[in-house]
Design a protein around this ligand. Structure first.
Ligand code: IPE
Ligand code: IPE
Ligand code: MG
Length: 238
């Protein structure tokens, strides 16, 4: 069986390949990032029909600051533009937006827009769109443990109570279920510091399509193929 009934509830996407897409057209990398940003709307909009309640997208990693100043500044400006431009449409489509990642290195203008988008869509109960911006799993876990340690130091948490249920409550993703399906575009078969804790039992798809070429049809096909997988979680089926 396939279709919305047994498809993934939470899909997480490593949107990779914008630079190579632009390069193949003899254009600067930022041209690829703009094309990539334009793909997001279609992918978000097809989620309800596929039964995907949670969509998490990797927009900028804690390692992406290593890129040239021009590319980083271009990406930050693209994020600001994207939020301003898409705010109304996302709110109208009943999408609830959240951001994960560390905000400390982001500029105040961008943070204000992120806050506004979260606020504007806070009452929506359709697709839960989570945008990972300045996100790195190791950084997230380190920040989580820092807060957890503070709770222990302040006497709010007993170290004996720290277990697999406690730690995720301190992660940026604390309100989200774990991803069922993680997709990475562009042919690279690696995780690049994305949702390491949360994806311990996710299904993975590494596909050759470059992100700016990714379509709703391709997502539908990946969801269908997910429906045919046998997820055992370590157990043996009777
Ligand atoms: C993904 O595309 C977008 C970001 C990491 C911001 P890339 O920019 O990594 O594109 P490639 O991998 O160089 O083609
Ligand atoms: C991962 O892609 C980060 C995002 C998609 C935002 P990268 O292109 O930065 O990852 P590496 O460098 O190939 O591992
Ligand atoms: Mg890349």
């Amino acid at each position: 069986m396939s279709g919305p009934d047994c498809g993934p509830r939470h899909v997480a996407i490593i949107m990779d390949g914008n630079g190579r897409w632009a390069q193949a057209r003899g254009r600067p990398r930022l041209f690829g990032h703009h094309a990539g940003a334009r793909r997001v709307r279609e992918v978000v909009e097809c989620c309800p029909a596929l039964g995907v309640k949670y969509l998490t997208i990797f927009a900028f990693s804690t390692e992406n600051w290593k890129r040239t100043q021009v590319e980083v500044a271009g990406l930050m400006s693209l994020f600001r533009r994207y939020i301003s431009k898409e705010m109304k449409a996302l709110a109208a489509k009943n999408v609830r937006v959240r951001f994960i990642g560390d905000r400390v290195r982001l500029d105040a203008k961008l943070i204000n827009l992120m806050d506004a988008l979260e606020r504007e869509t806070a009452e929506n109960d359709g697709t839960h769109l989570t945008i990972a911006l300045n996100y790195g799993s190791r950084d997230e876990v380190a920040r989580a443990i820092r807060r957890l340690a503070q709770d222990v130091a302040d006497g709010r948490l007993d170290p004996a109570d720290v277990d697999e249920e406690t730690l995720p409550r301190y992660l940026d993703t604390h309100v989200l279920p774990d991803p069922d399906l993680v997709i990475r575009t562009s042919g690279e078969a690696r995780i690049s510091n994305f949702l390491l804790w949360q994806s311990a039992y996710a299904e993975y798809e590494f596909i050759d399509t470059l992100w700016p070429d990714f379509t709703a049809e391709e997502l539908a096909a990946l969801c269908q193929s997910y429906g045919r997988r046998d997820r055992r979680f370590g157990a043996v089926k009777p």
